[in-house]
Structure formats: structure tokens, C-alpha cells
Design a protein around this ligand. Structure first.
Ligand SMILES: [Zn+2]
Length: 237
């Protein structure tokens, strides 16, 4: 699974994924959806949708197209902008607390090194897109400076700040010892920058919500309401 996700992230600048939401998962979903094969299927549908604008009758019920970015090198910025333009033209802007019929689109920036973050803020503002930012303070995947508190506050004027840990951790890696630095501190930082707690969160590795893990219990206690996984955005409950 990890291999499949990393391959996707490295293959492309702006990976389209068709995600499930609570609405499309309401009827007791087949657990096999949440597998590597299920992920690859949704990734293929996302690509088809971005490339052609259609799903060719494929019925999964999923109706959220997420265009996912990590680091966007200078040479790829025009392509990134073109993809954002194409994606947002396909549906309505996604908001986790609004019910909308038909296809919804979100543009998401994960990890957010400073240079990519500032590019993303500017280009999405120009395109009138409210993007979702999942910044971390450190990651092994990218080098270079990270977004400062001031940067985050500026981004929050137009976009949504979301939680993604401090040093790029998976749900399994949250322990009693690091909960303060990996969960509480970054959520407080995002809350200060945006003036409200993050509504969305994602773990490195893209795990779904599991009320049995300390990390997910903390998210719930700290007011996060939706968790983005490799397959879905589902309520924290
Ligand atoms: Zn990440």
C-alpha cells in the first residue's frame, strides 16, 4: 500500500484521486474497497476523470475528486496550475460540512515546504480556489524551509489549514510520549493561525479513523471532525 501511494506521489505533480465520503459509504461498504487494489482503482478513476471529464459509467458512488500535491518544483508549476484549473472546472468546491449533489472537487497540498506552500497560496487565490493545506514542520521526503506561523496565518485568510502531525507521523506512531509535540502542539499552532481548530486531518500513510488508536482519540477530543484517508474522507466520531 505504502509503495502504491509513494509511486503515485512521485509519478506526478497533482495526483487526482476519487474519494469516498460519508454519503457514498453510507450503505455498509465492502471492506475490500479499503485495500491496495481499491486504492489503485480509485486512483485510476481520478485520473480518468481529470483527463476526460467523465467516468464512463463507472459506478462507485464516490463523488469527491481530490487533486493532491506534495512538493511542486519550479519546472512543474505551470502544469500544476493547469491541473488545478481543469479539476475545479469539473465540479462544485468541496466543503466537509456542506451536502452537495454531484461531483465535488478539492485541491490539497500535503507536507507543504515553504516555497510550494507560498506558490499554492498565490495560484489558488488567483484562480478563486479555496485549497486545503496539510503542513508539517519536518518530513523525510522534502528538504528546505517550512511555512512559518506568519505564512500559515496568511494562507488561512483564503484557505483551510488541516492537521498532518508535526514531523510527518502515521496514526500508529502516536504515543503517550509524543502526543504533546505531534498532536496537541500542531493543532494549537493551526488554531492560532486560522482562529479556529482544523476541521480536517490526515495521517502519513493515510489510515482511516480507528477509535482504538490514541492518535484518533486525540483528534476527536481536540475538535477535528473529518479524517482524510487514502480512500475517503470520513467523520471523526
Ligand atoms: Zn504527508
Amino acid at each position: 500500500m505504502r509503495r502504491a501511494v509513494l509511486d503515485d506521489d512521485q509519478r506526478d505533480i497533482g495526483v487526482p484521486m476519487l474519494l469516498h465520503t460519508a454519503a457514498s459509504l453510507a450503505q455498509d461498504p465492502d471492506p475490500s474497497r479499503f485495500s491496495t487494489a481499491g486504492y489503485l482503482h480509485q486512483a485510476a478513476l481520478g485520473r480518468r476523470l481529470l483527463e476526460t471529464g467523465y467516468l464512463d459509467g463507472e459506478q462507485t458512488g464516490a463523488s469527491l475528486l481530490s487533486l493532491n500535491f506534495h512538493e511542486v518544483p519550479l519546472a512543474c508549476r505551470q502544469e500544476a496550475e493547469d491541473r488545478i484549473r481543469r479539476a475545479v472546472a469539473l465540479g462544485e468546491p468541496y466543503d466537509p460540512d456542506e451536502a452537495v449533489d454531484g461531483l465535488q472537487v478539492m485541491v490539497a497540498f500535503y507536507d507543504a515546504d515553504r516555497d510550494t506552500g507560498l506558490f499554492a497560496d498565490r495560484v489558488c487565490r488567483e484562480l478563486g480556489v479555496r485549497a486545503y493545506f496539510f503542513p508539517v514542520d519536518a518530513t523525510t521526503l522534502e528538504t528546505g524551509p517550512r511555512l512559518s506561523d506568519d505564512d500559515l496565518a496568511t494562507i488561512a485568510e483564503h484557505h483551510e489549514l488541516c492537521y498532518h502531525t508535526a514531523t510527518h507521523r502515521s496514526a500508529r506512531e502516536i504515543t503517550a510520549r509524543n502526543q504533546e509535540s505531534e498532536v496537541r502542539a500542531p493543532i494549537e499552532r493551526l488554531t492560532r493561525a486560522a482562529g479556529r481548530p482544523p476541521r480536517l486531518a490526515a495521517w502519513r500513510g493515510g489510515a482511516r479513523f480507528d477509535a482504538g488508536t490514541l492518535g484518533d482519540q486525540l483528534l476527536r477530543d481536540l475538535g477535528v471532525r473529518h479524517l482524510v484517508s487514502n480512500w475517503s474522507i470520513e467523520p471523526v466520531e
